[in-house]
Design a protein around this ligand. Structure first.
Ligand code: AMP
Ligand code: MG
Length: 402
């Protein structure tokens, strides 16, 4: 069986996500909306800024009075601070004004206070030539009322929250979160806090995946550890398919005799894709059990993390209606050599050094600590050798983790 290229696997995963029933729509307060995916577009309810205002602490005047302001100075007829609604400017005068305060009708120019001297008679003398219109932030400079700010499918970042607040919108419609079951498989697994018996290891994937899914703002159905046993596997999948919108599993999808997860899907559910041309992560599986999608991640901790970031996260986001889900990379020169061209695309744990991408150490799929030392993944495509200086695609975790 030939291995499926990662790009094709991702395309099929995204198609499968898009074919699921769309999420319900929830109306929530803007203050609760960080990290959620918009279900409907957001329009600007007002101009931003809503009126012409001063960009400086200084003096506002009309540009026709500039020659007079520089020659003899202008009387100061009013004082305007942020939050005031000023009356019109008396012609031939200027107004003391502060940053963010509305320009009075009849003023169109502001001089910063450092360039103005107020003399003993209270006149403001403008010390330098001014440019008409300077230091004014015009109404609608940032946003025009009625503009579509964000389309449905946009994932809300902190700056988006600010933009939406700036137009006075206090609630948004978002996709209901997914219930994501997380199930670790393996007789060898025990939870931290319990002493290790012979042959046992601590369940680390549960924590990595819980963290990743919680960070994505989804509801976790924490399904604990599943023993390597066929009947228990079927039973647990049956149960979780009732409780969750998607089941994430780790382990049990390789070709070993104790890999009952894959077996249960093949025999009692379905397998839509299996075995990818990716390292680490070859055993990744997309299947279905009792109607519920099952994303089978490899048991090896680094493989589990890498396939989550490159495949599962985009899948989950697409289920929420998000459009921009493909992992983003930037070209960065390598500062390492890689002499063993592989038969699979290899995603190495890496970070940015002064001369380019550096690897963080052991790249075996069972080693997780090098992922904690990394800031991203670097792609060495199948069949490629790498020399220092060669540009490679670097996927920063900040983008991958969202
Ligand atoms: P498997 O895919 O079940 O054959 O597991 C591959 C490797 O990953 C084995 O060495 C397992 O012990 C290890 N492994 C599986 N699940 C976990 C887990 N939840 N946490 C840490 N290591 C795991
Ligand atoms: Mg196992």
């Amino acid at each position: 069986m030939s291995l499926l290229p990662v790009g094709e696997a991702l395309a099929r995963l995204l198609d499968s996500a898009a074919a699921e029933t769309p999420r319900a729509v929830e109306q929530i307060a803007l203050s609760e909306a960080l990290g959620r995916v918009l279900a409907t577009s957001v329009q600007a309810k007002c101009d931003v800024p809503p009126w012409d205002n001063s960009a400086m602490d200084g003096f506002a005047l009309h540009s026709t009075d500039i020659p007079l302001a520089c020659a003899q100075g202008l009387p100061i007829s009013q004082r305007i601070t942020a939050g005031m609604a000023p009356g019109p400017l008396v012609p031939g005068t200027c107004a003391r004004i502060f940053t963010g305060a509305p320009l009075p009708q009849g003023a169109d120019t502001v001089e910063m206070q450092e360039n103005v001297e107020v003399d003993a008679t209270g006149r403001a003398r403008f010390l330098q030539p001014l440019r008409p219109g300077q230091n004014v932030r015009p109404r609608g400079q940032d946003i025009i009322a009625g503009t579509t700010l964000f389309d449905a499918g946009h994932l809300l970042l902190p700056q988006d929250m600010g933009v939406i607040a700036s137009v006075g919108v206090s609630s948004v419609q978002v996709s209901a979160p997914l219930r994501v079951a997380i199930l670790s498989t393996g007789d060898e697994l025990v939870e931290p806090g319990t002493p290790l018996g012979g042959g046992q290891i601590y369940n680390s994937n549960r924590y990595t995946l819980l963290g990743a899914v919680e960070r994505l703002g989804q509801q976790v159905v924490d399904a604990g550890i599943l023993p390597d046993e066929p009947a228990a596997t079927r039973q647990r999948l049956e149960q979780l398919s009732q409780q969750a919108d998607v089941i994430l599993t780790s382990g049990g999808v390789s070709v070993g005799e104790a890999d009952y997860l894959g077996q249960a899907l093949r025999e009692h559910g379905e397998v839509d894709l299996w075995k990818l041309a990716i390292k680490p992560g070859k055993p990744f599986t997309l299947g279905r059990f009792a109607g519920t999608p099952v994303l089978g991640l490899p048991g090896n901790p680094a493989a589990s993390l890498v396939t989550y970031l490159l495949l599962v996260k985009p899948y989950l986001l697409r289920r929420l209606g998000c459009q921009a889900v493909k992992p983003q990379s930037v070209p960065v020169p390598a500062s390492f050599s890689w002499n063993k061209p592989g038969s699979r695309d290899e995603y190495l744990r890496a970070h940015l050094g002064t001369a380019g991408i550096e690897l963080t150490g052991n790249q075996s799929s069972g080693i997780l600590s090098t992922a904690s030392r990394a800031q991203g993944l670097v792609l060495v495509p199948a069949g490629t050798q790498v020399q220092p200086g060669q540009p490679l695609s670097y996927f920063p975790f900040t983008g991958l983790l969202g």
